[in-house]
Design a binder for this molecule. Structure first.
Ligand code: ADP
Ligand code: MG
Length: 484
């Protein structure tokens, strides 16, 4: 297929994103939710659906749903309620999933995503609360499947978007944004690899310029961005082929096989489940007072988009710097603390991006565990700003020493290591004289007009002073003596 199909057709995508919440206990009982425990060790009679057991709502799930809803500009639905979604599967002991069908907790909302230089807004249809099913394991035994019910009943939020996405790259941007947000809000670890975030991708195609939507397919349980991209691109081409042949895409639920790179139907529209949704009689509707919502709103942490605006507008940082600083909440908070102590925002950003963040990544620690506090780091910046050390020397020698001796001060370290910059005239004069005496040819060339040689002399003097010569004072003196 030639590349012109990308000019002729567009992909239309809507996502159903499942976020596993990091609550200590399950959605409707007190079983633990820890990931990676031995199979079937986190299952009580409620998870096992013994007759006579009753669900009881986990308040934290509601709080987390409201936090996410507020962060995404949703309308919080003050009276929302649970429904049963009935189907049979071995990893679903009750025979139904508790979910919200008719009255979800959050309505509408939107997510701005960045596509190149442009910001595009993806509208949300709603967010609802539900519970996860257990896990079926088909690859541990040649004949049998295993069931692990530790995950049965773990709280989920499902975010349903409008069909506003137009490419795999936009899907990537949205999922990355959602992961960042749930981590900022501390409601989920957002790890796709561990299944804490997965999505169903609804995909259709249409001729560019058309305004109606065509029949769609739904790819189930995409749990990595790489697979999502491959699955979407495969589906796009498959549907274009059908359309070019004059055939219709059938509404189907698909599975994507990462090994073959191909989507295969699980079921068609005719065989679609009838889940026979009905209100769950065991759970009363959730009533949210305005005070409760406002309390949650007041406790929201600073969020990445607002921080980005603050960093670029108020602190005049570049788009590049601001993006790195807001990527992770810990980095952003550390930076906010650092700039309480210094007004040199650019230097603080440089230090954060080039030294502190790489150090934390290398040592696999959070920025909040970085050994040197904001105040001392601002002293470090001040040392450079006062011209006491060059920034190269500070970064290469003083910073590592400071990490070794976090109780010492940057100035004391500079003194101990004999790194304080010299602006003393006598000291500099001697160095400049030496450099001039050693290079008579270059001096002549300079005096004949090759002014660029000033860089060569500066280099010589920096070397002979081991970086201690104050560049500004040296430069002035050098010019004076060369021109004599
Ligand atoms: P259902 O509730 O039957 O699963 P919805 O209409 O609520 O279906 O949509 C589910 C998801 O499918 C949403 O994310 C929506 O944006 C997306 N979607 C709906 N129609 C289309 C379409 N024609 N092409 C692509 N995605 C679609
Ligand atoms: Mg659906």
């Amino acid at each position: 297929m030639d590349t012109s199909i990308f000019d002729k057709y567009e992909t239309v995508i809507g996502l159903e994103i499942h976020v596993q919440l990091n609550t200590k206990s399950k959605a409707f009982c007190s079983d633990a939710t820890q990931f990676g425990s031995a199979p079937n060790t986190q299952v009580s009679v409620v998870s096992l659906a013994h007759p006579g057991t009753l669900p009881r709502m986990n308040k934290q799930q509601i709080i987390n749903a409201v936090r996410l809803g507020l962060a995404l500009d949703c309308k919080i639905n003050p009276t929302n309620s649970f429904d049963r979604k009935n189907y049979f599967y071995a990893d679903l002991p009750k025979g139904y999933q508790i979910t919200q069908d008719n009255q979800p907790i959050c309505l509408g909302g939107e997510v701005p995503i960045k596509i190149g230089e442009e910001v595009k807004t993806i509208r949300l249809h709603h967010i609802h609360m539900e519970e996860d099913a257990g896990k079926s394991i088909h690859d541990k035994h040649p004949k049998h499947s295993y069931i692990d019910l530790n995950r049965a009943g773990v709280p989920l939020l499902e975010i349903v978007t409008e069909p506003d996405l137009r490419s795999a790259d936009e899907v990537d941007a949205l999922m990355t944004k959602m992961r960042q947000l749930v981590r900022y809000l501390d409601i989920s670890d957002g790890n796709m690899e561990e299944g804490s975030m997965r999505c169903d991708c609804n995909i259709s195609i249409r001729l560019k310029g058309e305004t109606h939507f065509n029949e769609r397919c739904e790819i189930k349980n995409v749990n990595s961005m790489r697979f999502a991209k491959r699955a979407i691109n495969y589906e796009f081409k498959r549907q274009v082929k059908l359309m070019e042949k004059g055939e219709k895409t059938l509404q189907q639920t698909l599975n994507f096989n990462p090994e073959t790179g191909v989507t295969t139907p699980i079921r068609s529209k005719e065989n679609a489940h009838d889940y026979r949704y009905f209100p769950d009689p065991d759970l009363p509707p959730v009533q949210l007072s305005e005070d409760f919502i406002q309390e949650i709103k007041a406790a929201l942490p600073p969020l990445p988009d607002a921080l980005y605006q603050q960093f670029t507008k108020q602190y005049k940082l570049s788009d590049y710097d601001a993006n790195i600083l807001v990527e992770e909440k810990e980095t952003a908070l550390f930076f906010l603390d650092l700039i309480k102590h210094t007004k040199n925002y650019k230097a603080a950003a440089n230090l954060m991006i080039n030294k502190i963040r790489p150090y934390c990544q290398e040592h696999k620690i959070s920025s909040s565990d970085f050994p040197i506090a904001g105040k001392k780091l601002s002293d470090f910046i001040q040392l450079i700003d006062d011209g006491k050390v060059s920034s190269a020397i500070a970064y290469q020698r003083i910073f590592p020493a400071l990490i070794e001796q976090p109780n010492n001060t940057p100035l004391a370290i500079a003194q101990e290591l004999n790194l304080l910059q010299e602006s003393d005239e006598g000291f500099l004069e001697k160095l400049v004289e030496e450099a001039i005496a050693k290079n008579p040819d270059k001096v002549k060339a300079y005096q004949k007009g090759k002014k660029g040689l000033i860089g060569f002399f500066m280099g010589e003097i920096m070397r002979s002073s081991k970086g201690k010569a104050d560049p500004k004072a040296t430069n002035a003196l050098l010019r004076k003596m060369l021109e004599q």
